[in-house]
Design a protein around this ligand. Structure first.
Ligand SMILES: NC(=O)c1ccc[n+]([C@@H]2O[C@H](COP(=O)([O-])OP(=O)(O)OC[C@H]3O[C@@H](n4cnc5c(N)ncnc54)[C@H](O)[C@@H]3O)[C@@H](O)[C@H]2O)c1
Length: 279
């Protein structure tokens, strides 16, 4: 059977950990060659070494334009071209509430979670244009880019802005057959989530086991999402299977952003029946 990404060259930002690392591994399994672009040198080099010739690590800070440009240049120097840009690096940023947030914290969150995506789109698109033949740009958004209430005001704003950026960039780049899409994960148990809740990263797996029952019961599909769920969507959007999809953000969240479970909550239904009996 043909692999989905045979012959393609991809950059995965934030590819040293979590969702990005899972995507790097899936991309390589599907035949791609990958540049792992991350600030985490040790983890990134280890991830690349485990994948042999198909992957290389390039230290990249996505808040820095020259660094992103260098990652694109590294892909071309090492593998001869670029076909897929996965703008995935990000973090929860400044978690301050609306009444406490300071401009510097807000700006830093947008630099990491929003401006980084703009720069990734910009420099990948320039390379795709120079090559001819189009390309695919995929960015990790979040359900916090579709709804309020998942995280802080700065992260929610940053991720909402990425949705607008994807829609607009898709229009500007369509004539070059460059597709621009996003993935909106629900809560995925990665080191990011452990950090966000103050749990040391080396205990992230134990946290998942601890939370499994509680989280699953709150998910529409009765299980929480995995990094592989997001990596699968990234493979699809990176591949030619999605060649007629552009300007869209696909929620990969088990359905949680599509509807609320609150009015169908079994406890409310049971309470209403009890009320009727007693009335
Ligand atoms: N985990 C979730 O539940 C969840 C949900 C929705 C969206 N997301 C998004 O998924 C993406 C990946 O998050 P994750 O959960 O895998 O987190 P993670 O912390 O496991 O991985 C993030 C990676 O990004 C790298 N990184 C951080 N700052 C960087 C910078 N300035 N330049 C380059 N690399 C940098 C880190 O070194 C790390 O390897 C983020 O954009 C995040 O907002 C995560």
């Amino acid at each position: 059977m043909n692999k989905l990404l045979t012959g393609k060259v991809a950059i995965v930002t934030g590819g040293a950990s979590g969702i990005g690392l899972a995507a790097v591994q899936r991309f390589v399994a599907e035949g791609a060659r990958v540049v792992i672009a991350d600030v985490a040198k040790e983890a990134g080099e280890a991830a690349a070494a485990a994948l042999g010739e198909a992957a290389v690590f390039q230290r990249t800070d996505v808040t820095d334009e020259a660094s992103i440009q260098a990652a694109v240049a590294a892909a071309v120097a090492r593998f001869g071209r670029l076909d897929v840009m996965f703008n995935n690096a990000g973090s929860t940023g400044d978690g301050s509430p609306v009444t406490e947030i300071k401009p510097a914290g807000f700006d830093a969150t947008l630099a990491l979670d929003t401006r980084s995506v703009l720069l990734g789109i910009k420099h990948a698109a320039r390379q795709f244009r120079a090559q001819g033949g189009g390309g695919s740009i995929v960015s990790t958004v979040s359900v916090a880019g579709l709804q309020g209430g998942w995280s802080s005001v700065s992260y929610t704003t940053a991720k909402h802005a990425v949705v607008g950026m994807i829609r607009h960039a898709a229009m500007e780049l369509s004539a070059d057959r460059i597709r621009v899409n996003g993935i909106a994960p629900g809560v995925i148990m990665t080191p990011l989530i452990a950090k966000a809740f103050g749990v040391p990263v080396d205990r992230a797996d134990a946290l998942v086991a601890f939370l499994e029952k509680r989280l699953s019961a709150r998910q529409a599909l009765r299980r929480y999402g995995s990094m592989e769920d997001i990596a699968n969507a990234a493979v699809f959007l990176a591949s030619d299977l999605s060649s007629y999809i552009s300007g869209t953000v696909i929620p990969v969240d088990g359905g949680v952003s599509a509807y609320t479970l609150s009015t169908s909550d079994a406890d409310i239904a049971a309470a209403a029946q009890e009320f009727l009996k007693s009335a």
